[in-house]
Design a protein around this ligand. Structure first.
Ligand code: AMP
Ligand code: GLY
Length: 407
């Protein structure tokens, strides 16, 4: 098949890399570090299957436009993408579908929001309703910080219109898990679970980011736990969407938390996670293109993904100042040396320049994925490769999966 991947980040690099094992792949717009990148807009690309990576074009209806032109598309239409485009609507769907989730309220009025905030215990969670590039969530024990978030979100000062409606949630605690479910509108199959490390610093210190690393498999994510999630969350959600006339064909990314009172769905995203994709997809042993085409065609029956018995671990390397004010324009050294480490693939995201001389161009610059028979081996390989990379101000966590490996 000829497959067109839409997007330009590390997730799209991983999609293209793994689809490329069996198919011809172009990536639009891609970036100078992703082989097969083309400047042609997706509407003008000829391909048998389109895979849309990021949430913004999904929310903006790119899948609908491509489908209207007769294309086979993996990715929900604007109607389904609203799950990520509006957290308030997502919470309504979760509640309708009977999915266990954090208690919440939706607000546009400051007085009402602040009154509700004070009923929420001592861990405050404030989220923008709309898209905020992964930055619209404040989780804090500091009431003043939560109050400030409420004020700056509702006034539009922090995130423009995305924050003028906000969601306040019960603060939950526990380990988190990401499960990427491939959906055909009615049914779904889960890919290997992964854990994402959202905070900038070691020991989960510092601000929330888009994700600073990930690994798979995750010990707490037993087959039973994943089956349970599919039965109690993903399938009921697809049914609740169908009841609203929505035929959801794409990834439903479940962000879960294992709380002391059981697993809760924290959020849905309508796309593959980044950097989860960089660890989940390399472990696949079956043909990703066949799977995504079956889902896009509305019939997954008999298409079951398989993955290796080993492990994969990704370390994100970000530029100085990420996530608030990333500095760009620094030449990246050591890419070839890092890629030469056995079992390592480097997936590039925020880069520009020539393939031979990439320069930083964004916050999360690249993710280094190590694979091996165990998480420890994958971790050693990934960090050996990271040690060969450098640019001024490069930041990365040194503890991805250390709670699991003890190193
Ligand atoms: P979200 O974009 O909704 O996934 O939120 C980003 C991150 O904020 C999650 O991965 C969690 O680490 C944290 N978070 C979100 N909702 C809650 C909650 N209700 N309680 C505690 N932490 C949360
Ligand atoms: N890594 C979290 C996300 O992709 O939203």
């Amino acid at each position: 098949m000829q497959v067109c991947v839409v997007g330009s980040g590390g997730r799209e690099h991983a999609l293209a890399h793994v689809l490329g094992r069996h198919h011809d792949v172009v990536v639009t717009p891609g970036n100078p570090g992703i082989p097969g990148s083309v400047a042609t807009p997706p509407e003008e690309v000829e391909a048998d299957l389109f895979v849309i990576g990021p949430e913004a074009p999904l929310v903006a209806g790119l899948a609908d436009r491509l489908r209207a032109a007769g294309r086979l598309v993996f990715g929900p239409g604007a109607d389904g993408a609203r799950l990520e485009g509006s957290k308030a609507w997502m919470k309504d769907v979760l509640v309708d579908a009977g999915v266990p989730t954090a208690a919440h309220g939706t607000f546009t009025d400051e007085v009402e929001a602040l009154a509700f905030l004070d009923t929420m215990g001592d861990l405050f969670v404030v989220k923008t309703d709309g898209l905020a590039a992964g930055k619209g969530v404040v989780v804090t024990t500091d009431r003043a910080e939560a109050v400030d978030a409420v004020r700056t979100y509702l006034s539009g000062e922090a995130f423009g219109d995305a924050g003028r409606t906000l969601v306040i949630e019960e603060g939950l605690t526990g380990p988190e898990l990401s499960v990427l479910a491939v959906c055909d509108g009615t049914d779904a199959v889960a890919l290997a679970p992964a854990q994402d490390f959202k905070r900038l610093g070691d020991g989960d210190a510092g601000p929330n980011t888009g994700g600073m690393g990930a690994y798979s498999p995750v010990p707490m994510a037993t087959d039973d736990a994943v089956d349970d999630l599919m039965d109690r969350a993903v399938r009921p959600t697809l049914a609740a969407l169908r009841a609203r006339g929505i035929d959801y064909r794409g990834v439903l990314y479940c962000g879960l938390m294992f709380t002391p009172t059981g697993p809760r769905v924290l959020e849905y995203n309508v796309r593959f996670g980044d950097p989860e994709t960089q660890v989940v997809l390399p472990r696949l042993t079956s043909d990703l293109g066949i799977l995504l085409a079956a889902a896009a065609g509305g019939d997954l029956a008999g298409t079951t993904p398989t993955c290796d018995d080993g492990a994969a671990l990704a370390v994100v390397c970000a530029s100085e100042g990420y996530p608030t004010a990333p500095r760009t324009g620094d030449p990246i050294d050591g890419l070839e040396e890092a890629s030469a480490v056995d079992g390592v693939t480097v997936f590039v995201a925020g880069v520009t320049g020539d393939r031979e001389r990439l320069v930083t161009a964004g916050g999360r610059v690249l993710a280094v994925t190590g694979q091996g028979p165990t998480v420890v081996e994958a971790q050693m390989r990934a960090y050996e490769a990271v040690s060969r990379l450098s640019w001024p101000g490069m930041q990365h966590r040194t503890d991805i999966a250390s709670s699991s490996t003890g190193r």
